[in-house]
Each structure stands twice: as structure tokens, then as C-alpha cells.
Design a protein around this ligand. Structure first.
Ligand code: SF4
Ligand code: FES
Length: 251
């Protein structure tokens, strides 16, 4: 049932915000997907994290959503905000002058309940697919001093390592939504990360074996939505284009 109670309190004299939020529990046979409406008063500097907690506290204790760090670091709070995938903890209600905000769970990932999805399974599959670890022939010797790495190469690796696996680039990607086997910008970024890492001894042919197909580097339609929405501003399209050029010359 839609809920329309307006929350007001002493410190809540801001404008009225109307939230429409998908409610659905796929594990409950009685549950049917529907939009519930909630009205709350905006507080200064309000983020979606604050708003959702207010709604759960005062209007709907059953509402499910995920936050861990509240600082754009853990990647757990991705959701569709008025049709765009965003980190809810970094999204301010002030960015919506109309005061109407529709929240939906991110597509492409398994729904747990309401706004809560499992991104971990998808990321685990992607990590195995691109063999997301340093490949080296030589036996590891942990007591040996690490070989120095050129600062430029270290920077290039660390730059791409900033991904927080939030899944926003996947939810924003038309190819990923049409093809569940597409490795996505996050996976292609991972390949570029290991290609840049001097510790990894894989060559272009090895990377081609992993992603040299339409579900990998050649499936991207270059619509740029991954890069437009990535909260870490990773250079996803530049790296995809770079890897595509490299791998196209393998065969
Ligand atoms: S590449 Fe960007 S949008 Fe994609 S999972 Fe990593 S941080 Fe999120
Ligand atoms: S709660 Fe961690 S990124 Fe939003």
C-alpha cells in the first residue's frame, strides 16, 4: 500500500520531498513489485542516506537498502535515482529541485529486497573470468625485498585500482543489461590494470584468451555511460579503447 504520511519535526522545516521507492521481496510469494510513496521534510545538506534512514525510522521499518561507509568508498549503496545509477550516500536531495525522487534497485544484479541487490556474486564471477590476480612464473619468496617499480607504472596501476566494485558502470551499460555474460567496464578496467602492472607477466595473447570476444573487449558499444556514471571517475572508455587496439592485433 502507498504510504503518504508527512514527517515533520522541529528541525525539519525544509521543503517537502516526495519519494517513490520500489518495494518487492522476491523470496516472499505474497510480495508484488510496487512503488510506495513517502513524503518527508528536507533537512540542510540532506543526502539519500539521511532521507532513506528517516523513511525507515519514521514511516516504513520494513524498507531494505544498503549503506556501509557513507563516504563513497565501500560501493554498497548503488541505486537508480530518477533513472540514473548513483551512489546514494553521495547524492544530495538538493540536486533534485522538483523535490520528486524515484528510487529503484540497480538492474543486472540479483535483487535481495526493495533497493538492496547482490553485487558480490557478479563481481566474483567477473574476477574469476579475468583472472584478477598477478600472474607470475617464478615461485613467490615473501622474505625477499620487492623489486622497485617505476613511479609512472606504479601510478598507472594504482589509478585503475581505485575501482570500488559498486556496479554502477554495469547498471549503466546497455550491453551488460542485454548480455548477462558481458564482462563490463569494471572487468575490462581490471584487465587494463593488470596489463599496466609490471608484476603481471601475462601478454596480449593471454588477455585475448580471457576477453577477446563479444562478451569481452569487442562487445562494448562505446556508449560512454560507464564512464559518465563511474563515481571514481575512472578513465574507462580510454582504457577499453586502448585494450581493444592492443587485442585486435593479436589475431
Ligand atoms: S569502474 Fe567505476 S562504476 Fe564500475 S564498479 Fe568500479 S568504481 Fe564502480
Ligand atoms: S555507503 Fe559506501 S559507497 Fe555509499
Amino acid at each position: 500500500m502507498p504510504k503518504t504520511k508527512i514527517i515533520t519535526s522541529d528541525q525539519s522545516e525544509g521543503r517537502e520531498l516526495t519519494f517513490e521507492i520500489l518495494k518487492y521481496n522476491p523470496t516472499d510469494p505474497e510480495s508484488k513489485p510496487h512503488l510506495a510513496t513517502y513524503k518527508i521534510r528536507e533537512t540542510p545538506g540532506m543526502t539519500l542516506f539521511v532521507a532513506l534512514n528517516m523513511i525507515r525510522e519514521d514511516l516504513d521499518p520494513d524498507l531494505a537498502f544498503d549503506f556501509v561507509c557513507r563516504a563513497g568508498i565501500c560501493g554498497s549503496c548503488g541505486m537508480m535515482v530518477n533513472g540514473k545509477p548513483l551512489l546514494a550516500c553521495r547524492t544530495r536531495t538538493a540536486d533534485y529541485p522538483e523535490g520528486k525522487i524515484r528510487l529503484m534497485p540497480m538492474p543486472a544484479f540479483e535483487l535481495i529486497k526493495d533497493l538492496s541487490v547482490i553485487t558480490g556474486q557478479w563481481m566474483d564471477r567477473m574476477s574469476r573470468r579475468v583472472e584478477s590476480w598477478v600472474h607470475k612464473q617464478e615461485e613467490r619468496n615473501y622474505s625477499r625485498i620487492e623489486a622497485p617499480v617505476e613511479p609512472d607504472r606504479a601510478d598507472a596501476t594504482f589509478e585503475l585500482d581505485r575501482c570500488i566494485e559498486c556496479g554502477i558502470c554495469v547498471a549503466a551499460c546497455a550491453t551488460a543489461l542485454m548480455r548477462p555474460d558481458f564482462v563490463g567496464a569494471v572487468g575490462l578496467n581490471r584487465i587494463a590494470r593488470f596489463e599496466a602492472d609490471p608484476h603481471d607477466e601475462r601478454n596480449d595473447a593471454d588477455f585475448y584468451e580471457l576477453v577477446g570476444d563479444d562478451a569481452g573487449i569487442f562487445g562494448c558499444m562505446s556508449l560512454l555511460s560507464c564512464e559518465d556514471h563511474c563515481p571514481k571517475n575512472l578513465p574507462l572508455q580510454e582504457k577499453i579503447a586502448y585494450m581493444r587496439r592492443k587485442l585486435a592485433s593479436v589475431k
